[in-house]
Design a binder for this molecule. Structure first.
Ligand SMILES: O=C1C[C@@](O)(C(=O)O)C[C@@H](O)[C@@H]1O
Length: 227
């Protein structure tokens, strides 16, 4: 089966959501991730409306600043918007592990609504030792079987070590890869030697360090299919 690609969309305005999603699908992306945190809070309602037509192929993300995102409002405001995004029932709603652990009501609501959640965890400085990653993974399992651990690779060994974690993610839909130059190999191989349901790519400009474009990723995967 061909490896799947999710294009991260960092919209400048509400209109660019469907425009960029259209382009991503044309380029061959299977899914899109809409980074709602790139918009201003007052644009979010219109953005939700605009994303309705693509929500079945979309991951909705509203990342806070302290977790590497751009959301300009306060944390309570972000939680309020997470409820609204959840009500849309996108393909997946990305919610950080910390957010779920600190907001029991939100976690219960998501469970009750049966909103498919992608529990995420990021480290922008390093790739922690695998035993620490295993502990994080066991906390994540409580909330969903879609789990994403994204670290920063300071060398290729970090990437290879993170890829070993796939062997431990039994019964999960795991997405583990590393950011940065040394992480590129893990972005490509996470769907090949790991069982990641998809990898992330950009449409043009990288949304995170080391992101390849959809075009580059497709080219690599097409070549691999021929081997
Ligand atoms: O968690 C991730 C992965 C990512 O950080 C990347 O490195 O490709 C891009 C983010 O938009 C997404 O939410």
């Amino acid at each position: 089966m061909a490896a799947k690609i999710c294009a991260s969309i960092a919209p400048d305005d509400v209109q660019s959501i469907t425009k960029q999603a259209g382009l991503a699908f044309e380029l061959g992306a299977d899914y899109v991730e809409i980074r709602f945190d790139f918009l201003r809070p007052e644009q979010l309602q219109a953005a939700i409306e605009s994303a309705k037509g693509i929500k079945n192929r979309a991951i909705f993300t509203l990342r806070s600043k302290d977790q590497g995102g751009k959301f300009a409002g306060g944390e309570q405001d972000r939680i309020k918007w997470l409820y609204r995004l959840a009500e849309q029932k996108p393909m997946l709603l990305d919610v950080e592990l910390d957010t779920l652990e600190q907001n029991d009501e939100l976690a219960d609501f998501l469970e009750g609504q049966k909103t498919p959640v992608l529990v995420s965890w990021h480290d922008f400085q390093k790739t922690p030792p695998n035993d620490q990653i295993a502990d994080i993974l066991s906390e994540m399992r409580i909330y969903s079987n879609y789990v994403k651990i994204v670290t920063a690779a300071n060398n290729v060994e970090d990437s290879l070590r993170l890829l070993e974690m796939y062997e431990t993610a039994i019964g999960l839909n795991p997405i583990f890869f590393a950011m940065g130059e040394a992480g590129v190999i893990s972005r490509v191989l996470c769907t090949v030697i790991g069982n990641a349901p998809f990898t992330y790519a950009s449409i043009e400009k990288a949304v995170a360090p080391g992101q390849l474009t959809v075009k580059q990723m497709k080219k690599l995967y097409d070549r691999m299919k021929m081997l």
